[in-house]
Design a protein around this ligand. Structure first.
Ligand SMILES: [Fe+2]
Ligand SMILES: [Fe+2]
Length: 358
């Protein structure tokens, strides 16, 4: 799972000297849910598709993929200064996101085992994938003398409760956006080998297929629960989750454009592409998608990033606390207003289109 709603917590390690990043409005969440409700879900309407996905998970196509080859076998001291900082931050954030996916899926598999064996096994096999992803990233971190203390992370995190249907909207989106993020980086570096600064990215092609399969699994679960997709509340919530995931990723990535520049990518162009593709994918399951091609869409998101930038500058200044707060408030309000404008932009109804295709 790749989660753009999350931002990692760091535990200081023996080798590294990372200070835990400060909490912010885009701090990551570890999720928990109503396990009983999920266990009692009747999935029979879409059981065949879920069984087929389970068979695919059992195939374990990436069993031999996550093996470090001799390309990692060298010193990475030449990646230093700001480049090293940006790079380590990317690895830490990715590792934490993958690990939080592992924790959620593992717990779901444990709690559903008794009453919902098909879903339980799917969750177990997805947790296998996420553990591999997190482990591979943690090994990459060790190339930079860093290590995330995953045990500490497990114990110290606070968990956010989401009802099952919200877990499905959010995890579906984070898996699909993860797929598009990884594959876009992979394809870009394939055509720009001069920006291949570290071998990790060569693994993204098969890796992202795991995320794609995970996303398809959540789509299949949602299809087994038509009540999660077919009423006016579903439309409002899908809009909400689409916008939350897109806006969070956009704000995060623009703040870290230096990292994307290292790979020869323009963070804004990269995000626009990933958002367009994820939005389009979501249209296969969500009743509604966002009108991301509307000329105002990214203009409003840009206003949000400008306000976030002003907030970051004020936060880093030496001003006394009350003054900092005073500077922060109008920017928080501006972000709120612009997000609300984005939320109320007319979405694209997919139910009509899908019925026509049929
Ligand atoms: Fe993953
Ligand atoms: Fe995943």
């Amino acid at each position: 799972m790749v989660d753009s709603l999350r931002k990692p917590d760091l535990q200081e390690t023996k080798a590294g000297n990372q200070a835990p990043p400060k909490e912010s409005i885009i701090t990551p969440r570890f999720y928990t849910t109503d396990f009983e409700e999920m266990a009692q879900m009747d999935i029979s309407v879409n059981e065949d598709e879920l069984q087929a996905i389970l068979e695919e998970f059992r195939e374990d196509y990436n069993r031999h993929h996550f093996v470090r080859d001799d390309q990692f076998d060298q010193s990475w001291e030449h990646i230093d200064g700001e480049t090293r900082r940006l790079f380590s931050e990317f690895l830490e954030r990715s590792c934490t996101a993958e690990f939080s996916g592992f924790l959620l899926y593992k717990e779901l598999s444990r709690r559903l085992k008794q009453d919902s064996p098909v879903l339980a096994e799917c969750f177990n096999l997805m947790s296998r994938d996420e553990a591999r992803h997190a482990g591979f990233l943690n090994k990459a971190l060790s190339d930079f003398n860093l290590q995330l203390d995953l045990g500490f992370l497990t114990k110290s995190k606070s968990y956010t409760f989401f009802k099952p249907k919200f877990i499905f909207y959010a995890t579906y989106l984070s898996e699909k956006i993860g797929y598009w993020r990884y594959i876009t980086i992979y394809r870009h570096l394939e055509s720009h080998p001069e920006n291949q600064i570290y071998p990790l990215f060569r693994f993204f092609e098969n890796w992202c297929q795991d995320e794609n399969r995970h996303g398809d699994f959540f789509a299949a679960i949602m299809k087994s629960q038509p009540q999660f997709l077919n009423d006016w509340k579903a439309k409002l919530w899908c809009r909400f989750f689409l916008l939350s995931v897109f806006a969070t990723m956009y704000l995060n990535d623009i703040q870290r454009k230096g990292f994307y520049a290292l790979l020869g990518l323009d963070a804004r162009e990269y995000d626009i592409y990933v958002i367009q593709k994820t939005n389009e994918s979501s249209g296969r399951v969500f009743p509604i998608i966002l009108n991301v091609d509307h000329p105002k869409f990214f203009e409003l998101l840009d206003r949000c990033t400008q306000s976030a930038e002003k907030m970051a500058i004020a936060a880093q200044s030496n001003l006394p606390k009350p003054l900092k707060l005073l500077k922060k408030l109008p920017n928080v309000a501006a972000i709120g207003v612009n997000l609300a404008r984005l939320y109320f932009m007319k979405p694209i109804d997919m139910t009509a289109t899908r019925n026509t295709v049929r």
